[in-house]
Design a protein around this ligand. Structure first.
Ligand SMILES: [Zn+2]
Length: 127
């Protein structure tokens, strides 16, 4: 048996052991290792998404899908109400949730003056 045929036979045996007969019979269903990793990663992320969704009580219907209200709100909160900056940065997200302002506004207006902020003071208001 030529060397590469031997290799193919070994490979097929290994594939069969790992994935079952079907993988050999349907080679198009057999993926590269990278694709497999990618797929596994995706399904993990998918599961985490659904786990998060099922965590929450509040769901609203939008475009025929049930959507977690919190996620919707989070999206709406991507525009900073203070400077109107639109941001996808997770750090801004964090400050937006806590202070209703992006990170830049936090540094500029809130840091060390959190009480003033909590009382409702805003830089665009006269007081
Ligand atoms: Zn801002």
């Amino acid at each position: 048996m030529p060397k590469d045929q031997d290799y193919v036979a070994k490979l097929e045996r290994a594939i069969t052991q790992k994935y079952g007969e079907e993988a050999i019979n349907n080679p198009r269903r057999f993926w590269s290792e990278d694709k497999e990793k990618e797929y596994l990663q995706q399904s993990i992320e998918e599961r985490q998404k659904f786990a998060k969704l099922s965590d929450t009580e509040d769901k609203v219907e939008q475009d025929g899908f049930l959507i977690n209200k919190k996620l919707l709100n989070r999206d709406h909160n991507r525009t900073c109400p203070v400077c109107e900056k639109y941001s996808f940065h997770p750090r801004d997200d964090l400050y937006m949730n806590k202070f209703e302002a992006c990170f830049g506004c936090y540094i500029q207006w809130i840091e060390d003056r959190e009480e003033r902020w909590a009382t409702g003071w805003r830089p665009n208001k006269e007081n």
